[in-house]
Design a protein around this ligand. Structure first.
Ligand SMILES: Cc1ncc(COP(=O)(O)O)c(C=O)c1O
Length: 401
């Protein structure tokens, strides 16, 4: 085993880019002024915030006044959703999809307990939503729609332009969780009918602990955090200047690298996918191969457990992610794969590889060299091998029966 780390889990989090670290360091060292203070020393923090706001806005094709800094993607999602709902308390219908990140799904569940009607848009076998079904869900009680730009597990890109246009027609505010999409695919908010959009720093080579929320000028807004007047009264709390500088720099870098993301990184992902598919039998790709993020591939290997594969990959220093979470003794496949109807003999053995501009062909070749052997060793000892998934048992796990 070599000590090197081969990191293929960039949808979970990313390394901080060296340029980002360099930009934020002065604000952790000598330039520690509170951006709200009056003296010139603090003025440097204020200017840094303004510059970062411009950098984020530039990546998203919007204006700086429409950007609010937050602590993470989850906070941005919560702020947008509760803000829009609180602005129209008489409306009690919320629409989202079955495959959202828990940052949105958990709000849906909470809202149900609060007396809201919540509609969860279903997906087909490739993880795609139907716009016809979506249009039917919209009604005069609908207070808000929340749809992700791209799915964190499969990389599927959602039809947010079309869904947003339908919302606009009906006068329904539209929130987009773009945590996985920002920096990976171009987003131009000047062209998109989106009212709120969530961003997370640590998914695009800024550190953990910073995010942003786009609020379209004129969109209803109620602050989630109340207190001081920071962020023009829209998000109280002393600004995390180093992190915000980092996010701004990361957004500027992402803008510069977005073409590489869609050419070189995409080619690496495709090389990984074809290398694995050519050398491992009984494997299927989850998601819509014609419309997904350039860095993501999700593959299911029949009859094996994702966690077991991850442990063995870890022996080689390979970091990836599995689609199932082993909780309280029952192996629950991911809610995304379940919503797609992936049979359990496949869903339990799903792996997500998510690349970044720091990955190399050598790393891809290393995975393609070692993973086939790992899968065949696991299949030799698999209790699932030979278990049929043909009889409508897609949601049933043999372990829990
Ligand atoms: C689609 C999506 N939304 C929201 C989040 C939450 O972002 P954060 O970790 O910054 O709170 C994630 C994180 O994985 C995500 O993938």
């Amino acid at each position: 085993m070599s000590g090197a780390i081969r990191y293929f889990d960039n949808n979970a989090t990313t390394r901080v880019a060296p340029e980002v670290l360099e930009a934020m360091l002065p604000f952790l060292q000598d330039q520690y002024g509170n951006a709200s203070s009056m003296y010139r020393f603090a003025g440097r923090s204020q200017s840094a915030l303004s510059k970062a706001r411009e950098q984020v806005a530039a990546l998203l094709g919007t204006s700086p006044e429409e950007i609010i800094f937050t602590s993470c993607g989850t906070e941005s999602d919560s702020t947008a959703i509760y803000s829009a709902l609180n602005a129209r308390p008489e409306k009690k219908h919320f629409i989202t999809t079955r495959v959202e990140h828990p940052a949105v799904l958990a709000i849906g569940q909470h809202l149900e307990k609060q007396g809201y009607a919540v509609s969860y848009l279903s997906v087909d076998g490739k993880g795609r939503v139907s716009l016809d079904e979506f249009a039917k869900l919209l009604n005069k009680e609908t207070a808000l729609v929340s749809m992700m730009f791209a799915n964190n597990e499969t990389g599927n890109i959602f039809p947010v332009a079309e869904a947003g246009a339908l919302c606009r027609e009906r006068g329904v505010p539209f929130h987009v969780d773009a945590v996985q999409a920002v920096g990976k695919i171009p987003i131009d908010l000047s062209m998109l009918p989106i009212d709120y959009l969530a961003v997370s720093g640590h998914k695009l080579h800024a550190p953990k602990g910073v995010g942003a929320l786009y609020v379209r000028r004129g969109a209803p807004f109620r602050p989630f955090l109340r207190g001081g007047h920071q962020e023009r009264g829209r998000r109280a709390g002393t600004e995390a200047v180093p992190n915000i500088v980092a996010l701004g720099t990361a957004c500027e870098l992402a803008g510069r690298h977005i073409q590489e993301e869609n050419t070189r990184v995409r080619a690496l992902r495709d090389s990984l996918q074809s290398g694995l598919m050519a050398s491992i039998a009984d494997a299927v790709i989850n998601g819509d191969q014609n419309n997904r993020l350039p860095n993501t591939v999700n593959i299911s290997f029949k009859y094996v457990e994702g966690e077991a594969i991850l442990l063995m990959l870890d022996q080689f220093g390979i970091c990836a992610s599995s689609g199932s979470a082993c909780t309280s003794g029952s192996l629950e496949p991911s809610h995304v794969l379940r919503a797609m109807g992936v049979p359990f003999t496949y869903a339990h053995g799903s792996l997500r590889f998510s690349l970044s501009r720091y990955n190399t062909q050598e790393e891809v070749d290393f995975v393609v060299e070692h993973l086939p052997e790992i899968i065949s060793r696991l299949r030799e000892i698999s209790p699932y091998c030979g278990f049929s998934d043909d009889a409508g048992e897609s949601d049933v796990c043999p372990v829990s029966r």
